[in-house]
Design a binder for this molecule. Structure first.
Ligand code: 8X3
Length: 246
């Protein structure tokens, strides 16, 4: 049994989650990677020497089984989440809204609640929740995702207040445009529509966000980075983006 601190990363099979697992491993953590897709998860875990565990954050039994296998947790990275659709309020698909609330909000509270006793018991715990610029500003077509990410930010900020006096730091990292599977998932596999999101501009990479995760995680334990908003130079607000002429 190593005495390296243990980081648990949700949604760790790809994108920001997988990159964060790798960055945290390089920063000296033993990493537990949780996600639904077993093949992708095993690959991501092999790449960083971490431990893959199946996890569906929207399922009580799955989270309970996941948490039961984790003896020690010094850092929890709540990364599992995502957007479904870009419909106007008038055209809102309530199933998409429900899915977004389930994964971003209830998923985050479910895993946080399950691991909080371990985080406190570590004597120097930390929760880093990957939010979004969608938690900071509303944008057209974003309502369902805006609502979910605002709610997730609220729970993260409340957690910070409620843990005051306990040895657990709480941070919210809010990325703007990051080129991952995010847009492909949002547009239900429509590659052309997903690619158009990043046309003519340079988005952040998952590794860029992961570096911030590792930086936050490795500040001295008396330093709490409360909130971090991270955007590419080509983006000044959710829908204010500089694009090179074609
Ligand atoms: C992803 C960024 O701009 O689609 O969280 O909300 S955005």
């Amino acid at each position: 049994m190593s005495d390296r601190p243990v980081a648990v990363v949700t949604g760790a099979s790809s994108g920001i989650g997988a990159a964060s697992a790798a960055a945290l491993s390089r920063a000296g953590f033993d990493v537990v990677l949780g996600a639904r897709r077993p093949d992708r998860l095993a690959e991501a875990a092999a790449e960083c020497g971490g431990t893959p565990l199946p996890l569906d954050v929207t399922d009580d039994a799955s989270v309970a089984a996941f948490a039961a296998q984790i003896d020690r947790c010094d850092l929890l990275v709540n990364n599992a989440g995502g957007a479904f659709g870009l419909d106007s309020v008038a055209e809102a698909d309530l199933d998409d809204w429900q899915r977004m609330y389930d994964v971003n909000v209830l998923g985050t509270v479910r895993v946080t609640k399950a691991l909080l006793p371990r985080l406190i018991a570590s004597g120097d715990g930390q929760v880093i929740t990957i939010g979004s610029i969608a938690a900071r500003e509303a944008y057209k077509g974003g309502a369902g995702y805006n609502a979910a990410k605002h709610a997730e930010a609220a729970l993260t900020r409340v957690l910070r207040l409620e843990l005051l006096g306990q040895p657990v730091r709480v941070c919210e990292i809010d990325p703007g445009m990051v080129e991952t599977e995010f847009s492909l998932v949002r547009f239900d596999g429509d590659r052309e529509r997903a690619d158009a999101v990043y046309r003519g501009m340079t988005p952040l990479t998952a590794a860029d966000v992961a570096e911030s995760v590792a930086w936050v995680a490795t500040r001295p334990s008396h330093v709490n980075v409360d909130q971090l908003l991270l955007m590419p130079r080509d983006q000044a607000a959710a829908q204010i983006v500089h694009r090179a002429e074609d």
